[in-house]
Design a protein around this ligand. Structure first.
Ligand SMILES: Nc1nc2c(ncn2[C@@H]2O[C@H](COP(=O)(O)OP(=O)(O)OP(=O)(O)O)[C@@H](O)[C@H]2O)c(=O)[nH]1
Ligand SMILES: [Mg+2]
Length: 343
C-alpha cells in the first residue's frame, strides 16, 4: 500500500510530503524518489493510549512517495517509481496565481497528461491484440479485447478511468497496465496564506465523488516546525482545530478502502491496517501470517461499546459485549480484537 504525490513542478509536493511524514523530501542525496510514513490521525486511538498507558504506541500509518525529478527523464522516473502506487495525491499550485481559471488550468494540464499516457497504453495494447488471432487469445486477453475499446472512448473524451466505475474483476483484468487514471486521486490545492479566500474547489469542475482539500502547505510547514506547546497556542489563535495536512492523510487513507482495528494492552496499543471488508483471519494476518493459518476465534468488542462499558475489557466482558467471532466475521472499523490461534 502506497500513495504517490504528483503535481506540476514547484507546486509544493515536497513541502506537503515533509509535513506529513517528517522525512525530508528535497535534496535527499540526489535521490529520485523518497518514501516516508505518515501516521494516520485517529481520536479513538489517542483515547485508547490514554486509557492503557502502554509502553509502546503504534498508530496506523500510510506510506507516501515524493519524486525529485526534472528535465527530459522526469516522466520516466515518475512512471518507474509510481506505477505501483495504490492512490495519488495531486498537488496543484494555488498560491502563485489569483485567477481561479488559471488554477483549474494547472490541474487540467497534468490530469490531461495522465489521461494521454493511459490512452497510449490502451492503443498499443489494442494494436497488439488485433494482430493475435481470436482463437489464440487467453481468457484474460479476450477480456481485455472486450474492455479496452470502452476505455479508449472514455479517455478520448478526456475523462479519467476512475470515473467509469469498473467492476472489481474488470479492474483486476486491467491491473497489469498500471493505468494512472484508474487510481483513486485526492486533489490538494496548495493555497496562499489566506486559505479561506482561495479558489473554491468547485472551480476545478471535478465530480462530487472526487475528494479535494485546500491547504497552505508553507504555513503548515511553519506551524509544524514550532515546539509542540506553541503549536497548539498558534492553532488556537488562528481558530484552527487541526492542521489541514492531517485531513490529507486521513482522506488519502480512506480513499484506499482501508480501515483499522486495534489491539490493546499495557505493553502496546496498536492500530492495524486492513482492507475494508476483510474477514477475521485475513485481519489476523496483518499481525502475523501464522495467525491466519492457525486462526481459531477472534475476541471482539466495538470501540464505542468498549467506551460505554467503562473503557475496560473486563467491563465489556461483564456486560456480555466481548464477542467470540469465527472465521466468517467481517471486521468493522475500530474493532478492538484479540485473536486466539493455534500454530
Ligand atoms: N507562497 C507559497 N509558496 C509555497 C507554498 N508551498 C510551497 N511553496 C514554495 O514553492 C516552492 C516549491 O515547493 P516544493 O515543495 O519544493 O515543490 P515541489 O512540487 O516539490 O517542487 P519540485 O519537486 O521541484 O517539482 C518552494 O520555494 C516553496 O517554498 C505555499 O503554500 N505558499
Ligand atoms: Mg519536490
Amino acid at each position: 500500500m502506497e500513495i504517490g504525490i504528483v503535481g506540476l513542478p514547484q507546486s509544493g509536493k515536497s513541502t506537503l510530503f515533509e509535513i506529513m511524514t517528517g522525512v525530508r523530501g528535497r535534496d535527499a542525496h540526489g535521490e529520485a524518489c523518497v518514501r516516508g510514513q505518515a501516521s494516520v490521525p485517529d481520536a479513538r486511538f489517542d483515547r485508547l493510549v490514554e486509557i492503557f498507558r502502554p509502553v509502546k504506541v503504534t498508530p496506523a500509518s500510510v506510506p507516501f512517495v515524493d519524486i525529485n525529478a526534472a528535465g527530459e527523464k522526469a516522466w520516466n522516473t515518475i512512471r518507474q517509481n509510481l506505477s505501483g502506487a495504490d492512490g495519488l495525491v495531486h498537488v496543484v499550485d494555488g498560491f502563485s496565481a489569483a485567477a481561479a481559471g488559471e488554477i483549474a488550468g494547472r490541474y487540467r494540464k497534468l490530469a490531461d497528461e495522465l489521461i494521454l499516457a493511459d490512452l497510449l497504453i490502451v492503443e498499443n495494447r489494442l494494436e497488439r491484440l488485433s494482430r493475435t488471432p481470436a482463437k489464440a487469445l487467453h481468457p484474460q486477453e479476450a477480456l481485455q479485447r472486450d474492455l479496452l475499446p470502452g476505455l479508449k472512448a472514455h479517455l478520448e473524451a478526456g475523462r479519467p478511468l476512475r470515473e467509469m466505475n469498473l467492476a472489481d474483476e474488470q479492474v483486476l483484468a486491467l491491473r497489469s497496465f498500471s493505468f494512472w487514471t484508474i487510481k483513486p486521486e485526492l486533489v490538494v490545492i496548495n493555497t496562499g496564506e489566506d486559505v479561506a479566500a482561495a479558489v473554491e474547489p468547485a472551480a476545478l469542475a471535478l465530480p462530487a465523488s472526487q475528494p479535494q482539500i485546500r491547504i497552505c502547505a508553507r504555513l503548515e510547514a511553519e506551524i509544524a516546525a514550532l515546539p509542540a506547546d506553541e503549536r497548539q497556542d498558534y492553532l488556537a489563535a488562528m481558530g484552527i482545530a487541526a492542521p489541514a495536512f492531517t485531513q490529507v492523510i486521513r482522506t488519502a487513507f480512506a480513499m484506499l478502502a482501508r480501515q483499522v482495528y486495534f489491539t490493546v494492552g499495557e505493553d502496546e496499543v496498536r492500530a492495524w491496517v486492513i482492507p475494508v471488508g476483510a474477514k477475521a483471519p485475513r485481519a489476523a494476518a496483518a499481525i502475523h501470517q501464522d495467525f491466519e493459518r492457525g486462526f481459531i476465534k477472534a475476541e471482539v468488542v466495538g470501540y464505542d461499546e468498549f467506551l460505554t462499558h467503562g473503557g475496560t475489557l473486563a467491563g465489556a466482558k461483564a456486560a456480555g459485549r466481548l464477542r467470540l467471532e469465527g472465521k466468517d466475521y467481517v471486521v468493522r472499523d475500530g474493532d478492538i480484537i484479540s485473536f486466539r490461534f493455534n500454530v
